[in-house]
Write a protein that binds this ligand. Structure first.
Ligand code: NOJ
Length: 740
């Protein structure tokens, strides 16, 4: 349709039809079973009312989508196709590593490829728009949703968000296998007080603008067709009814003109927040804020008509929202083809195909972070007795809760793949204990826990057997970790430890064998002190997805040389949280970590710095950084002026490897306090054994901008320092100046 035809359609629609377009309903209104990603509520809808809805969530499958689409279109006076939206967070059916892991790749190109795979599988299954990427900056590991974020850094997050949006949407939304992206959760959902999901967010406008908004902005600039509001309050106003945030900031300042959708019942929750007396007031506030679609609440449908009649709402606001929704449907080509790419034949051809598995395996391999290694890794391919002991040894389910369509039957376990891939050793495989205590209760979607050992006695017998195997082994590989239900939405934890039983298993194995390699499956940074003290190597594999087991096997045996670097700092203990590398210098800085001065900013019982810093990651080879040099030491305010930074990086080990070279800049003095350093550029550099490459970065004036004392986004003349290295603690700060 052209613009004129769209406007005419909107003009011809009745108010009831228009309000229908603003409503998004769960799949359970149209089908038996399926997944639910929020609290069930039927909202008192009449049969004909539900078929007037403009969009549906949590429905997939070509056949299914077509059937529901037919039903909706037949019921609507103007036969408007519905939008089908789904949480495709890290892969559709061929599952990618969780976003926190994808951040560790520092490889936007590979992240883009992963999103292309997810888009293709989603599209052939009838999905039009995915509720991803999540661009929320995450610095509090207690929050279960850190697994859905690409980490603690605004620059890395921005690069990853952009890559995902481009990967989902392709060149053009109407193209085959493109799905729309929905950047979420606007805004600052990643900072709930105490790390408790859905909790209040308190932060200054400066921090909001400077640190929290850039990743959403990157998604918008990459062309994301939609944005989702967040559940939290910001400055004590729930986002979904915050007119300043949605209109002044998101639309006017950030330039977003696509569809704005509320999170699940987030408009309705304005009543629980105590900011709206009833659904009518909530609907009025959200409409004024410019929220186009209400997901699973009925505030618009039940009250806008009355609000218009009372003169409280201008019908033009409704028309604007409807036009944005119709425009998106048009951009997706739904008026010409309401099924878009839904195809049973292509579901069979593409879902879980080899190419998709290979892409996801590569993404997994790049995301693994070698936290520790005294040389025990890589494992020898021949002649060893290797005992695999831990609850992730035989598990096929290597996904997160946000892999709604995943089926563990699509994946293999370590016990399945290792002997086949590396048959030269003698292996034993034991779980040793359950992932979580037998009586643990998890609620919500995907919440069934399969226990290998039903009783404490059975578990104790398993530990005894495992210890016997450990005694006889040359090396013990321990796949330990969080259960997937311990991460994700509504999965906040006050402690950041591995489950007790698994720590007990580690201790008891350690009593008989010190050659321990821990392979860690988790969705958040953990307090790893007790693991570090016992393991000779720790390989962080996160929630690695469908091809996780083969990716891990390749890495343990050196076929893949680990190259991931942490996208979030790992604290010593929960007491340090939030801990992030781009903190501020206080008036009483601690100086050296070993300093014991009384009146300075420090903990008495803990270091200030994390156990593993942002950007950390080892390799099976060693990289040596030469001297960092600048081609000049002064930059002018002209946007095109550039300082070139160069550093020779040498692979001085015996195997080929990839290093993530990171460049950080410190603005030494500003009109407001500036972070001690900020990531400004990075590059993955492949180096053959013995090879040296000169890595070059450009420093330009726009990279030095920030919100000054008057909240202008600008740079200030003065001295800066640039640091280049393999993690966020790299030394050798070289000075340069920005001149007025
Ligand atoms: C609530 C979550 O916060 C959001 O991320 C998700 O997309 C929706 N539910 C839909 O499932």
């Amino acid at each position: 349709m052209n613009q004129q035809e769209l406007s005419k359609l909107c003009h011809d629609m009745s108010l009831e039809e228009k309000l229908g377009q603003l409503l998004q309903l769960e799949g359970f209104f149209f089908q038996e079973g399926g997944v639910m990603t929020g609290p069930e509520q039927r909202m008192g809808l009449e049969e004909n009312e539900k078929e007037m809805c403009g969009s549906v969530l949590n429905v997939w499958g070509a056949n299914n989508v077509k059937r529901i689409q037919d039903r909706i279109m037949a019921a609507q006076p103007h036969h408007i196709p519905a939008l089908f939206m789904l949480d495709v967070i890290h892969g559709f059916r061929t599952i990618a590593p969780a976003p926190i892991a994808q951040g560790c790749t520092f490889d936007p190109k590979m992240i883009y490829e992963g999103a292309r795979v997810a888009a293709k599988e989603s599209a052939v299954s009838g999905v039009h728009v995915t509720f991803a990427p999540m661009a929320d900056l995450s610095r509090d590991a207690r929050w279960g949703r850190v697994m859905e974020s690409t980490g603690e850094d605004k620059y890395l997050n921005s690069m990853c968000t952009r890559a995902m949006v481009k990967g989902f949407q392709g060149e053009n939304l109407a193209d085959p296998y493109s799905v729309g992206a929905c950047v979420k959760h606007f805004a600052a959902y990643g900072l709930p007080e105490g790390g408790r999901d859905y909790n209040t967010v308190e932060l200054s406008n400066r921090t909001l603008f400077e640190d929290y908004l850039p990743a959403y902005q990157a998604g918008i600039e990459a062309g994301a067709c939609s944005v989702m509001t967040s559940f939290n309050t910001l400055d004590r106003i729930p986002s979904s009814v915050n007119e300043w945030l949605m209109r002044d900031v998101l639309r006017d300042k950030m330039g977003f003109n696509g569809v704005l959708i509320s999170d699940y019942n987030a408009i309705g929750e304005a009543m629980k927040h105590g900011i709206a007396e009833d659904a009518k007031e909530a609907g009025k506030l959200a409409m004024k804020a410019g929220v186009d679609i209400e997901m699973m609440s009925h505030c618009y449908g039940s009250s806008i008509k009355e609000l218009i009649a009372e003169g409280e709402i201008d019908e033009e606001l409704v028309d604007e929202a409807v036009m944005r929704i119709l425009t998106l449907k048009n951009e997706l080509g739904l008026f010409e083809n309401p099924y878009k790419d839904a195809s049973e034949a292509e579901e069979i051809a593409y879902i879980l195909c080899k190419k998709h598995r290979d892409t996801m395996r590569k993404l997994s391999e790049e995301s693994f972070v070698l936290l520790e290694n005294d040389g025990i890794l890589p494992l020898k391919a021949k002649g060893q007795k290797i005992a695999f002991i831990g609850p992730y040894t035989k598990k096929q389910d290597l996904h997160s809760v946000w892999s709604i369509i995943a089926d563990e039957k699509d994946s293999k376990s370590l016990a399945d793949v290792v002997p086949k891939m590396f048959g030269g050793n003698k292996y034993t495989f034991e779980s040793g204990c359950n992932t979580v205590e037998v009586d643990t209760v998890f609620n919500g979607f995907n919440s069934t826990v399969a226990y290998e050992y039903d009783t404490k006695e059975a578990e104790e017998a398993a530990i005894i057997n495992a210890v016997e195997s450990a005694k006889k082994a040359d090396v013990v590989v321990m796949p330990l970790g969080e259960h997937r239900l311990q991460t994700g939405e509504a999965a906040s934890y006050g402690e950041l430890k591995l489950p007790e039983k698994q720590l007990e298993l580690l201790n008891r194995v350690y009593e008989v064998n010190h050659n321990i390699v821990v392979v860690l499956f988790n969705g958040r940074p953990l307090d790893l002190r007790s693991v570090k003290s016992k393991a000779k190597a720790i390989l962080e594999v996160w929630l690695p997805g469908t091809e996780g087991a083969s990716a891990i096997a390749n890495t343990l045996f050196g076929k893949n040389n680990p190259s991931g670097h942490l996208s979030m700092s790992f604290p010593y203990s929960v007491g340090q949280v939030p801990v992030h590398y781009d903190s501020f210098s206080t008036g009483r800085p601690k100086g050296k970590e070993s300093s014991n001065v009384k009146f300075c900013s420090r903990y008495i019982d803990l270091p200030n710095t994390p156990l593993y810093p942002f950007g950390h990651g080892l390799s099976y080879t060693k990289f040596k950084y030469g001297e960092v040099s600048l081609d000049k030491d002064t930059l002018t305010m002209t946007e095109s002026d550039v300082i070139e930074v160069s550093v020779p990086v040498t692979n001085c080990g015996e195997v080929d490897g990839t290093e993530v070279v990171q460049m950080y800049i410190q603005d030494v003095k500003g009109s407001v306090v500036r972070p001690v350093r900020e990531l400004k550029a990075f590059e993955r550099v492949e180096l053959k054994a013995g090879e040296t490459k000169i890595v070059r970065f450009a420093i330009t004036e726009p990279m030095l901008r920030f919100y000054d004392i008057r909240m202008n986004y600008t740079s200030e003349a003065g001295m800066f320092k640039v640091f280049v290295g393999g993690d966020s603690t790299c030394e050798m700060g070289i000075k340069f100046w920005l001149n007025r």
